[in-house]
Design a binder for this molecule. Structure first.
Ligand code: TUI
Length: 315
């Protein structure tokens, strides 16, 4: 299975399943577990200082001999130094979020690192393909954290039609049904974040995991539309206060201040009232915490039955 999948071949991985590079949650423990299970584990560099990222990369290398990636948040104040660390450590794959990685592409490509940006629009996908990226991750607004405007269902086929590199679909995918749907839209691989938050290996605080387990279909909201940096989070005291201030026209500086440090507060300290519990819309269908290898194996095992039941509707 997947011997001819372009992403598996390009990256030398067994399954076309990426783990989203989540800040504070995509640690060496999670990334190495996903890579060991045959997917692509990704360290979420978030706002990590360069020395912290270097240690995380070295820990991941100690935990797996398989390819892995680093996700670089382009809004990070450390972005230049962090890119330097990734080059020095010869990280096999770099994914980027929240911006345009164009200026860093030549240095990464020179050492053979595959560069795979997250895009939320066809225009950015086309622009980045011209600068030489190896593939693109088309991420719909079902995702947790920082998001664009389009849904996965609308975005993925339009990106697939617009570019001639492989496309990884992200946003709203948590089981084999989502993977088959992504393949039907023309994607070659998937990226999942929320599903891996509810894994044994994810170091999210148990309060964070518990709140995600309790989530229903409409439990997430989008804060920060007024700031130009919308983010999907679970409803809680913080998001209610934020949305209240936003709807009353609070200045952007006040809103941005409300968000600082809140992901760490929820994810690591477990303060899920005053922190940001970033998670995608599929949280409503996540009902168990499993080892990463079980998550991946159960998805792979369910692919054929899901395809068969879809086919039944063609008869
Ligand atoms: O980056 C993400 N998801 C994230 S980043 C993050 S850290 C954060 N913390 C607090 C507040 C906000 C963020 C949490 N989740 N996903 C990838 C992604 N990239 N989604 C959307 C985009 C994106 C958006 C606009 C990429 C490029 C873009 O435009 C750039 C351009 O030049 O047009």
């Amino acid at each position: 299975m997947f011997e001819e999948n372009p992403i598996c071949r390009m990256l030398n991985i067994k399954y076309p399943i990426f783990q989203g590079g989540m800040a504070w949650l995509g640690t060496a423990e999670l990334a190495s577990a996903v890579s060991n299970a045959g997917g692509l584990g990704i360290i979420g560099a978030g706002h990590m200082p360069p020395d912290v990222l270097r240690a995380e990369i070295q820990k991941t290398k100690a935990g797996t001999d398989k390819p892995f990636g680093v996700n670089i948040m382009l809004m990070s104040p450390f972005v230049k130094e962090v890119m330097q660390v990734v080059v020095e450590e010869r990280v096999p794959v770099v994914t980027t979020g929240a911006g345009n990685p164009g200026e860093y592409i030549p240095a990464l490509k020179e050492i053979g690192t595959k560069v795979i940006p997250v895009v939320a629009s066809v225009a950015l996908a086309k622009r980045l393909v011209r600068t030489g990226v190896d593939a693109v991750i088309a991420e719909g607004m079902e995702s947790g954290g920082h998001i664009g405007e389009l849904t996965t269902m609308a975005l993925v086929p339009q990106v697939v039609d617009a570019v001639d590199v492989p496309v990884i679909a992200a946003g709203g995918i948590g089981d084999a049904r989502g993977v088959v749907a992504a393949f039907a839209l023309g994607a070659h691989a998937v990226q999942m974040g929320s599903r891996f938050v509810l894994s044994k290996e994810c170091i999210a605080h148990e309060n964070y995991k518990d709140l995600v387990l309790k989530a229903r279909d409409r439990s997430t909201v989008v804060t920060g539309r007024a700031t130009g940096h919308p983010a999907r989070v679970l409803q809680n005291k913080l998001s209610r206060h934020y949305l209240d201030r936003e709807s009353h026209g609070a200045p952007i500086e006040e809103l941005e201040k409300l968000g600082i440090g809140t992901l760490r507060l929820a994810a690591r300290e477990g303060d899920v009232k005053n922190g940001s519990v970033m998670i995608g819309q599929i949280s409503g269908m996540l009902s168990d915490i499993k080892p990463v290898s079980d998550i991946i194996q159960s998805i792979v095992k369910d692919l054929e039955p899901v395809i068969e039941s879809a086919k039944a509707n063609l008869k």
